[in-house]
Design a protein around this ligand. Sequence first.
Ligand code: ATP
Ligand code: MG
Length: 550
Amino acid sequence: METKTSSSNFIRNIVAEDLASGKVSEVVTRFPPEPNGYLHIGHAKSICLNFELADEFKGRTNLRFDDTNPVKEDVEYVESIKNDVEWLGFKWDNLFFASNYFGEMYDRAVLLIRKGLAYVDDQSADQIRETRGTLTSPGQESPYRNRSVEENLDLFRRMKEGEFADGQKVLRAKIDMASPNVNLRDPILYRVVHAHHHNTGDEWCIYPMYAFAHPLEDAIEGVTHSICTLEFEDQRPFYDWVIRECEMKWVPHQYEFARLNLTNTVMSKRKLKLLVDENAVDGWDDPRMPTISGLRRKGYTPEAIRAFCREIGVAKSYGIVDERMLEHFIREDLKLKALRTMAVLQPLKVVITNYPEGQTEWLDAENNSENEEMGHRKIPFSREIYIERDDYMDNPPPKYFRLFPGNEVRLKHAYFIKCEEVIHDSEGNVIELRCTYDPETKSGSGFTGRKVKGTLHWVDASHAVPAEFRLYEPLISDEEEEDGQSFLDRLNPNSLQVLEGFVEPEMKDASGGDKFQFFRHGYFNVDPKDSTPGHPVFNRIVSLKSSFVV
Ligand code: ATP
Ligand code: MG
């Protein structure tokens, strides 16, 4: 697999220049998730960027939970995020929680008040929004904007002590209500929220806003390059204002890149949580979810996800990446690693009438035709086998090379068989085929007597292991939302198809996470949750081929 470790991008160039010029002596990055949901493939891009940059330049990366909003956060999310980052193969230098700095953040806010740069506003959130102005007109100053430093100090202390109800008062920066940058029109720094926090419990009832907290967190931790997504570009002047006016010793810098979007999916924790809450999926790790845990359960490997993130690069402008690109990388990763075996997803019984009853022979099968090192295995063959239901037709169209009355095909790793008789049920459905085999045509025997055009996969009926197969389609259809529709109205009703079939006996004891290539069907992963001893469940990761070219 391709290992591009140092694909150049504009952020990497900045880091390289900063190190060369001595602006920084070591690169320190961070991945700062808010623990309000499970991570998705977009986060993977940010994780790879931050960790790989630091790794390349022998710097450090911290995992920092940006846990400043107690209402939406949960320890379950904290644990899942740690797990996902580790699974991707990254090791953080330090594990930090923004909430550990609440004390320092409070002190910095007091400093702003003392400097006349922050004030307590009694207006409601709605009033504040309404008086912010627009892109073309300035905002209006709050009637509370000119409170004295003493009054502000007193009110802010009383906010902290729990004297006020949620929403009754906020602390605002005092910058410029006429600024062309709306983010500088006295943004809110602190709000009152009487809620239990996953880390600090009930110690605080005021919480810093993200835009105020984030630069402080970066400065406290000595982050050199604070990498975030493009929608924060207009926040950068406020980021720099906070660092400067709060008199932070360390001065971090913010750089923005375009967030990853994928076709056929939604990529926001809020929307993904809605899918979970509405039971539209089987939890955050449902294989149809673009979450890291969903991709893992589907069968993606960290190697494939990292290669994908490298390939898509780091851009300054928005784009949507075709999900087939992600699929390309898992095929590439598994091509030479996965055992290639046979599975019948929709079984049709075939009786080989001239094969001795009660006899089983063990045929030789290579484990991976492109990787000789994976060796060989023995597969059973006897009088009754299963083939795929749609590998037979009563009245085939031209150029159909599979089974039909009188036609001969090759069974992969076994013999040629010829369809002699078809058994239908009372409704005309095909329920069994009677075939004959030619012992001369054994695979590997060097037989050259005649050729057949079709090769079918099969499993021996008496040794087959029953298995469930789960096939996926995109969860969300790609159509445009009509007015008043939400993405929940665009759910694809066929996103999951469940089939009951058979696999080779070799796979009876397959364990969760084992990956196989099933001949003609694609790559599958053993579901770690729903597989039971003797009855594995296989999630299709991806089919074998795609017309998509990377
Ligand atoms: P969401 O809207 O999905 O919750 P978020 O940006 O609010 O995303 P955070 O937990 O705040 O989620 O994000 C942690 C980091 O991951 C941030 O630095 C953020 O910029 C980055 N990130 C989030 N989504 C993407 C994406 N789609 N592509 C690249 N980076 C992303
Ligand atoms: Mg967020």
